[in-house]
Design a binder for this molecule. Structure first.
Ligand SMILES: Cc1cc2nc3c(=O)[nH]c(=O)nc-3n(C[C@H](O)[C@H](O)[C@H](O)COP(=O)(O)OP(=O)(O)OC[C@H]3O[C@@H](n4cnc5c(N)ncnc54)[C@H](O)[C@@H]3O)c2cc1C
Length: 177
């Protein structure tokens, strides 16, 4: 593991962490990105709605971003999982599964984890014909039958929003007991 004291350590090498690294690299800050390759959209083939990159796969997006970051020598990558962070006299000690590094600042860009419905077979279609965000994937399914799976009738506004993509929308809600 690196011996130097970094100016910034970024946890997470998704779009958020990589964007932060670009700005820090251009500012000539010694920066390390630690990532264990478990992005939220790992099952997605095509990502949409990001200007100039519409339809690119998330994997390609990350590779292009990493290629761009090679221009900035102060930015380094570690493929590892952070398991602990402690602050000691203004210095953060970051422990990964394979070692320890030190940094003055920490930036958490760890994304989020979706809570998915417990439906048999859902995993097989998630990211292919089942999605979380109509703005990301609604266009590809325009004018086709769409089913919404929700938890409460308060999601009704979602039904109205989806009507813009298709007029054949059916909503399924868990029964509240
Ligand atoms: C089905 C689906 C479709 C989507 N479609 C689109 C779309 O079309 N357009 C769009 O803009 N967005 C889409 N999204 C949302 C997209 O996933 C997010 O916008 C994007 O991934 C957010 O980037 P991020 O950097 O915040 O998080 P992530 O991409 O999730 O990256 C976080 C990273 O942090 C790392 N990490 C977390 N904890 C640790 C740790 N302890 N140690 C080391 N590394 C760690 C993870 O390994 C991961 O690589 C979709 C999501 C899903 C689920």
């Amino acid at each position: 593991m690196f011996q130097e004291l970094f100016e910034a350590a970024i946890v997470g090498g998704g779009p958020a962490g990589l964007s932060a690294a670009l700005t820090l690299g251009r500012a000539r800050r010694s920066t390390v990105i630690i990532d264990h390759h478990k992005p939220r959209n790992k099952m997605v083939r095509h990502s949409h709605g990001f200007l100039t990159r519409d339809g690119l796969s998330p994997r390609e997006f990350r590779e292009l971003a990493k290629e761009e970051l090679k221009k900035y020598p102060s930015v380094r990558f570690i493929n590892d999982e952070i398991v602990d962070v402690r602050r000691n006299h203004k210095i953060f000690q970051v422990t990964t599964k394979n070692g320890v590094l030190e940094t003055k600042k920490m930036l958490f860009a760890t994304g989020l984890v979706d809570v998915l419905p417990e439906i048999d077979g859902f995993d097989a279609v998630y990211g292919i014909s089942a999605f979380i965000c109509p703005y990301c994937d609604g266009w590809e399914f325009r004018d086709k039958p769409i089913a919404i799976i929700g938890h409460q009738l308060a999601d009704f506004h979602f039904v109205k929003a989806l009507y813009g993509w298709s007029h054949d929308v059916r909503a399924f809600y868990e029964r509240q007991v």
